[in-house]
Write a protein that binds this ligand. Structure first.
Ligand SMILES: Cc1cc2nc3c(=O)[nH]c(=O)nc-3n(C[C@H](O)[C@H](O)[C@H](O)COP(=O)(O)OP(=O)(O)OC[C@H]3O[C@@H](n4cnc5c(N)ncnc54)[C@H](O)[C@@H]3O)c2cc1C
Length: 461
């Protein structure tokens, strides 16, 4: 019998366990144990009912176009629980000089697919609008450039204002990341490929069209009626309770010939294979004995922390808030929150009709400073910023704060080369597979795929 240890009970580790359990049920001669250091299975997927509001502590949705998550939900019998974002009212604002300016329609990330809305927008100066017009005539590069930062790539195409007003705040809002550090190839590969093929991104997005399925454009985000935790709870239900070790932190891994010794607390267990589905810096510590070079490559993947602050307000605030999903704040604005989501507009099943639910995101490069602050100081920052941008001065009905210490992997310039070295080093260690958000995608669908691939890889060997 093949015995597998899975370390980490976030969505990546649970997906790996689910894939193994499916094989076991089909008759494969295997067994697995999943170790999770906390009492909660699901990692950063945590949904909480506060009063009549459903509050997401971590992720609020996943990208619909990445099908691994929707497919898994269907397989788990959650099809009737899937909800999509209210895209009819989809509008995101960028704070400019203290006012909210909508991102013009037809802008695909940074590349305009429609001219008029961008021309009319007050988000960009005429210099940037002229740069967009010139970009149309850029031809495909004759040689392949090496990896570069998102900031350098965007500046080459559309200039500094596009970077500062739109792309940097978008990346800060999604990754808690810094555009001058993040790798273009790892974070926005589609645009790198477009540049290679067409030169101009504006021509590229028009030629390649929108991602569609059977001619129908899907809503951008998908979630679950009962919150994102429904997904991980459903995964847990498929697993044998005897295979789950909550509150059990793995402290060391030791290769023993073709086997591995897993040490957790006073227990140790010899297994044939290990899937490490923890953050990369934990994987680095665990692999110190097995391979120092691999451990140092893993330790070099940086992580950022973030803080989510959810505040609910009464009907007066709800009436005052504009349509749309929320706002992003460029660094040039004198506010600290990076982004805010108007949750009651974005999804159904989140807040009663008479309540506004706003989720604010603090973090990015200054995250570690905010992590040191106490709750009152954080609440003060958020209330001051909401007052500045949305003129909200009433007391919230409730506030909840969630701190995520080093939970967001950062794909910095050179990430794909590091990943290639990690893959090569892993291949030298039989019975080892890695999964999680540090490698081939930070979003939930990518993490699901990484867990399932890790399980498949081990079963192939
Ligand atoms: C605030 C926030 C918002 C996000 N929003 C979105 C979003 O809207 N959409 C989206 O697609 N993605 C989003 N993401 C990203 C996505 O949610 C994560 O990348 C993904 O859930 C990570 O899953 P994971 O299982 O790899 O890691 P984690 O969820 O971090 O799980 C790792 C687990 O390993 C455990 N562990 C650590 N060390 C040990 C040890 N020694 N022994 C045993 N267990 C250990 C931890 O306790 C943890 O439970 C967000 C992330 C954050 C933090």
């Amino acid at each position: 019998m093949t015995r597998v240890a899975i370390i980490g009970g976030g969505v990546s580790g649970l997906s790996a366990a689910y894939a193994l359990e499916k094989q076991r049920i089909k008759g494969a001669d295997l067994d697995y144990v999943l170790y999770e250091s906390s009492s909660h299975l699901g990692g950063v997927l945590q949904s909480q009912l506060v009063g009549k509001c459903l509050v997401e502590a971590g992720p609020d949705s996943f990208l619909s176009e990445k099908f691994w998550a929707v497919d898994l939900c269907r397989e788990l019998g959650l099809e009737d629980q899937l909800i999509t974002s209210n895209d009819a009212g989809r509008k995101t604002y960028v704070v400019k000089d203290g006012r909210m300016v909508p991102i013009p329609n037809g802008l695909m990330f940074m590349a305009p697919t429609r001219i008029l809305p961008t021309l009319r927008s007050s988000l960009f100066s005429w210099t940037t609008k002229m740069a967009m017009a010139r970009e149309w005539f850029v031809s495909a590069p004759t040689s392949i450039t090496s990896d570069e930062s998102v900031a350098a790539f965007v500046e080459r195409h559309y200039g500094r204002e596009m970077l500062e007003q739109l792309v940097a705040p978008l990346l800060a809002g999604v990754y808690g990341g810094d555009a001058s550090q993040l790798s273009m190839r790892a974070v926005l590969p589609r645009f790198v490929e477009m540049e290679r093929k067409h030169g101009s991104l504006s021509r590229g997005v028009i030629r390649e069209g929108k991602p569609e399925s059977h001619g129908i454009t899907k809503p951008v985000f998908t979630s679950l009626k009962g919150g994102m935790q429904q997904l991980t709870d459903a995964l847990v239900k498929t697993l044998r309770p005897a295979s789950l070790r909550r509150n059990t932190s793995v402290q060391a891994l030791q290769p023993q010939g073709t086997k591995w010794l897993v040490s957790a607390g006073y227990e140790s267990d010899q297994v044939d294979a290990v899937i490490i589905a923890t953050p990369a810096y934990v994987a680095a510590k665990l692999l110190n004995i097995a391979d120092l070079e691999l451990a140092s490559e893993l330790a070099a993947i940086p992580y950022n922390s973030s803080i989510i602050v959810a505040m609910a307000f009464d009907r007066r605030v709800r009436a005052l808030l504009p349509q749309g999903f929320g706002f992003l704040a460029p660094k040039s604005e004198p506010i600290k929150i990076l982004a805010a989501t108007f949750v009651h507009n974005k999804f159904g099943f989140r807040a009663p009709e008479d309540t506004a639910l706003i989720r604010c995101f603090l973090g990015g490069t200054n995250a570690d400073d905010y992590m040191q602050l106490d709750d009152n100081a954080i609440i003060e920052i958020v209330r001051r910023d909401l007052h500045r941008v949305l003129a909200i001065s009433t007391d919230p009905l409730f506030t909840v704060i969630y701190r995520w210490n080093r939970a967001m992997a950062q794909y910095v310039v050179g990430h794909l080369d590091r990943l290639a070295r990690i893959v090569t080093l892993c291949q030298k260690l039989p019975g080892l597979a890695l999964a999680g958000n540090a490698y081939t995608g930070i979003g939930i669908p990518d993490c699901i795929r990484s867990g399932m691939n890790a399980a498949a890889e081990l079963l192939k060997k």
